[in-house]
Design a protein around this ligand. Structure first.
Ligand code: PMP
Length: 401
């Protein structure tokens, strides 16, 4: 058989999906499983979204569309950006894609030649690594351990940008840590970015509407408007509107970058479908009560998860203020054994496997995100499952000796 291309070997299947699949299999075998593994919202878009799709169907929508995205969708997205404080963009600054993941892939092709460097903080969202590998970029990981609340410091960023990477990829609020940078922290990082003109900046801010404790969402361009010439903002409908499978993502940035992404679209996908476009416009322009209510619910769930980990000795858990993840450092338990099953815990993968086998609770090992001391809890499960799931976690740690 002829060989597959080398890039296939460089990209790994998502570690998050591996855990989710195992949990699904155990459930199918009749086990009582509570899944904290996959980052999908537990709510659906409102009826206005479905009505818009029905209306589009009645109009027999289904033609080829714009490579950039329909004008009405671009306009709806600009309004949405204005609502979070990002003003002054035009249609020419925007491009759509099949989810933010696809937009990131397009940007990797648009901004990175083979061997160019992309720098991003660790812990990172898993696909950053794989997308960078697929386009054969060099990767500079900037370690942000729990001791610094998983946040990048201005000094670290300064040192990283001094090496002139082609792209700096920043994620706020963060998947997997849920950390959100404060206004002052973003302003300080923006000052550093402004000193280094040779690097493109991508801000993956798809959780921008999911921030708690009144901390607010901020972007570099709000403090340093000159950074608009090389900053690309990313957003998505997946999390905010409970629409992960509809696959709609956006970028807003310099016209030349948006135009290049549109060229990629014209070759990869042609356009996002008209039915999806109708749904997306309805979500962006319709009532915003679902994301607002969900935010309150997620903040309460965050508090519940934090209280559980605070009560487990030896676990260090920086307090997340956004998204729907908690990322506790559980490394104090490595080297222990789970009493009732005799399972040995050498690392995060063993721990997640033992927790799933012994208690039927699925979490993702931190090594999937470049931080093997931690594990990721995604707390979007149905509310009645949260307390029993957390109780099982607490029991599990008490049984490690
Ligand atoms: N960026 C981050 C940080 C994410 O967590 C995700 C989804 N898990 C994405 C991008 C991709 O989102 P989409 O569903 O729009 O492709």
């Amino acid at each position: 058989m002829p060989q597959l291309a080398r890039r296939v070997g460089r990209a790994k299947p998502s570690a998050i999906m591996v855990v989710a699949e195992k949990a699904k299999r155990l459930k199918a075998e009749g086990r009582d499983i509570i899944s904290f593994s996959i980052g999908v919202p537990n709510f659906l878009p409102g009826p206005h979204v479905y009505d818009a799709v029905r209306e589009a169907l009645n109009k027999d929508s289904g033609q080829y569309g714009s490579n950039r995205g329909a004008d009405a969708l671009l306009d709806a997205f600009m309004k949405h950006m204005e609502a979070i404080g990002l003003t002054g963009y035009t249609r020419a600054n925007i491009a759509t894609g099949i989810g933010a993941k696809h937009v990131i892939y397009n940007l990797a092709e648009v901004l990175l030649d083979e061997g160019d460097t992309i720098a991003f903080p660790t812990p990172y969202w898993t696909s950053y690594l794989d997308i960078a590998e697929i386009v054969d970029a060099k990767i500079d990981l900037l370690p942000c351990p729990p001791e610094q609340d998983y946040k990048l410091t201005p000094a670290q960023l300064d040192a990283a940008l001094a090496k002139k990477p082609k792209v700096f990829l920043f994620n706020n609020p963060s998947n997997p840590t849920g950390m959100v940078y404060t206004k002052d922290e973003i302003a300080a990082l923006a000052d550093v970015v402004a000193k280094h003109p040779d690097t493109w900046i991508i801000t993956d801010d798809i959780y921008n509407r999911m921030v708690f404790d009144g901390i607010g969402y901020h972007n570099f361009v709000q403090f340093r408007p000159e950074l608009r010439d090389r900053t690309i903002f990313l957003d998505s409908l997946s999390k905010t509107y409970g629409m992960p499978g509809w696959r709609v993502g956006f970028m807003a940035g310099p016209e030349a970058v948006a135009a290049a992404v549109v060229t990629m679209n014209s070759n990869h996908i042609t356009n996002i479908p008209e039915l999806t476009t109708a749904a997306a416009i309805a979500a962006l322009t319709g009532p915003q009560d679902v994301p607002t209510q969900k935010n309150a619910e997620f903040q309460a769930k965050r508090d519940q998860v934090m209280a559980t980990f605070a009560a487990i000795p030896g676990i260090v858990c920086p307090k997340p203020q956004g998204a729907f993840y908690v990322f506790p450092d559980v490394s104090a338990y490595f080297g222990k054994t789970h009493g009732p099953t005799g399972l040995a815990i050498a690392n995060d993968v063993d721990l997640c496997n033992a927790l799933l086998d012994a208690k039927g609770v699925a979490c993702v090992p931190g090594s999937a995100f470049g931080e093997p001391r931690a594990l990721r809890i995604s707390y979007t499960c149905p509310t009645p499952q949260l307390a029993p799931g957390l109780a099982r976690i607490q029991e599990f740690f008490a049984e490690l000796h």
